[in-house]
Design a protein around this ligand. Structure first.
Ligand SMILES: [Zn+2]
Length: 158
């Protein structure tokens, strides 16, 4: 009967149980890290036309617009100033930030793009895990059914 004991695998088995929890912990730690970066970006929100839209920071020289300005005759020379470009509903919005910008904000905006793809990868991994768990559960059910059949046969013999 030891072989029958061996195939008794189910939800209580440490190999099966705890796997999803581990992955969820990894996701939580990741989400916290991402949240810290978002908090840095939140410093910009008050200035943005579309606070929820993803933007890109650019450092630019500009023309002042005064016809008498000699510096602007051939090329924009004022600045450089930081601007954030945002797209919302197919419409590009440029917002002035200032002469200086917190380097953490530049880093945060850069990471925000990378974090989007990281989030996507994690979501795909979790979907795959869920699928594998369902598949495992089906296999466990099959093994249990076989176990019941074998046990029934043993009872017939004995
Ligand atoms: Zn000028």
């Amino acid at each position: 009967m030891t072989e029958l004991e061996l195939i008794k695998v189910g939800k209580g088995d440490p190999l099966h149980y705890g796997f999803e929890e581990k992955i969820l912990k990894i996701r939580q730690a990741f989400e916290q890290r991402v949240q810290r970066e978002w908090d840095i970006i939140d410093g910009l929100r008050g200035k943005l036309k579309f606070p929820e839209a993803l933007g890109s920071l650019e450092l630019e020289y500009v023309k002042c617009g005064k016809s008498a300005c000699n510096r602007c005759r051939h090329a924009p020379t004022h600045g450089p100033y930081w601007y954030i470009y945002q797209k919302e509903g197919g419409h590009l919005q440029k917002t002035y930030i200032g002469k200086k910008v917190d380097p953490k904000l530049i880093e945060g905006i850069k990471n925000r793009k990378a974090n989007r793809s990281r989030r996507k990868s994690i979501r795909l991994i979790l979907e795959e895990i869920t699928r594998l768990e369902r598949e495992t559960e089906k296999k466990i059910q099959t093994v249990r059914q076989m176990q019941r059949e074998v046990e029934a046969k043993f009872e017939l013999i004995s």
